[in-house]
Design a protein around this ligand. Structure first.
Ligand code: NAP
Length: 345
């Protein structure tokens, strides 16, 4: 059977902050049958992840495009691959069958074809499918690995996380709180600040947009210094955090979203203080820590089921909402994991 597959594409390379007009909805005829002899998996996309790193794939040049097969450049007019959950419509692949749920690389479209690369069968474990896009997917693994593997937090240590109401940030804060750390987050609105403290139990939170001096803001919340900084934003916040680190502090560099849309912005931390305070600064990719997935999954599901972990999701419905959802990431429109539901199960 043949259907029309609608998908979202970029019209041209995007150099600054993305706008909805940079995107178009395209259509193409799409066969729901597998060609005889092929190992194709035909997938109906159900929930797709909306992630900041995609902007770096949409540029003419970004270092990330050559550094990771997950972050290659996106070609204008073509389908955009993205993490998400789907359902198999037909399969010539021995590991996948019709009606299997799958998680991994699907697309910003109604249907996609996979050869099984970065795709796994999904057992929803009695939890909503959308959880497997965010809290139990790559966002969750990113928070878990970046905090526990890179920063090795200990009970009582002082943790600062930026973009704290976002997908990765809120989980970092919650993991650290559940371990018994003192946790401060920053976010871009008073409403988010209140949510972090009242709903997620952060010890403190502040609106970075209202601070004229980030060094002083961090001194206020960490008079004795920061043990761990989980960086989601880069630039001035990274400089201010480094300046406030304790001796032997650890910085997990997860993302630098404030630099993605402004090529002139770059963090220039005081490296002499890095040396004399023996601060460890480490970048990482969640894909490096897939070995932790089983441990991450069981720990996180336990925390969700026992009520110690709140699941923050921000779900839009319909393919046409992919561009505004993506653009909104760079304006702080989302609270928690931004997901677009593309179809009902
Ligand atoms: P997210 O935090 O859910 O969404 C992005 C948030 O960033 C926005 O809600 C906004 O919140 C904040 N933001 C946007 N522009 C900003 C700016 N100019 N300055 C400061 N904050 C800004 O996104 P996410 O998926 O969890 O990703 C968070 C970071 O982790 C990103 O840098 C991403 O690239 C990175 N990441 C890395 C990996 C990895 O493997 N290393 C994996 C996933 C994500 P406010 O209201 O607070 O401004």
């Amino acid at each position: 059977m043949e259907v029309t597959n609608n998908f979202v594409a970029i019209k041209a390379k995007i150099e600054g902050a993305p706008q909805e007009s940079d995107f178009e909805l395209k259509s193409e005829p799409f066969s729901l049958s597998v060609k005889p002899g092929s190992k194709d998996i035909i997938i109906k996309n159900l929930y797709v992840s909306i992630d900041p790193y995609q902007i770096n794939r949409m540029k003419s040049y970004s270092f990330s495009q050559k550094a990771s097969e997950f972050a290659t450049g996106i070609v204008p007019g073509e389908m955009i691959d993205a993490y998400g959950v789907g359902k198999v419509v037909a399969s010539g692949h021995p590991d996948f069958e019709k009606d299997d749920y799958v998680v991994g690389l699907i697309s910003w479209g109604e249907y996609c074809i996979s050869q099984g690369l970065i795709l796994n069968k999904l057992n929803p474990l009695g939890l909503p499918l959308s959880y497997h896009v965010g809290v139990l997917g790559l966002s969750g693994l990113t928070a878990y690995a970046g905090l526990f593997e890179i920063c090795k937090p200990k009970k009582g240590e002082k943790v600062f996380v930026s973009a704290a109401s976002g997908s990765v940030g809120n989980l970092v804060g919650q993991y650290a709180k559940n371990l018994g750390c003192y946790v401060v987050g920053c976010a871009g609105s008073q409403k988010k600040v209140t949510m972090l403290k009242e709903k997620l139990g952060f010890d403190e939170a502040f609106n970075y947009k209202e601070e004229t001096d980030l060094h002083l803001a961090l001194q206020r919340y960490f008079p004795d210094g920061i043990d761990i900084y989980f960086d989601n934003v880069g630039a001035k916040m990274l400089e201010a955090a480094v300046a406030n680190m304790k001796l032997h502090g650890r910085v997990s560099v997860c993302g630098v979203i404030s630099e993605y849309t402004d090529s002139g912005k770059r963090a220039a931390p005081d490296m002499l203080s890095v040396i004399y305070k023996r601060i460890a600064i480490k970048g990482f990719l969640s894909g490096d820590y897939l070995n932790l997935f089983p441990e991450f999954l069981s720990t996180t599901i336990d925390q969700i089921r026992s009520g110690k972990m709140h699941v923050l999701e921000d779900v839009s419905i319909g393919l046409e909402n992919v561009p505004p959802a993506f653009v909104g990431l760079f304006h702080g429109d989302n609270v928690g994991k931004k997901i677009v539901q593309l179809s009902n199960d």
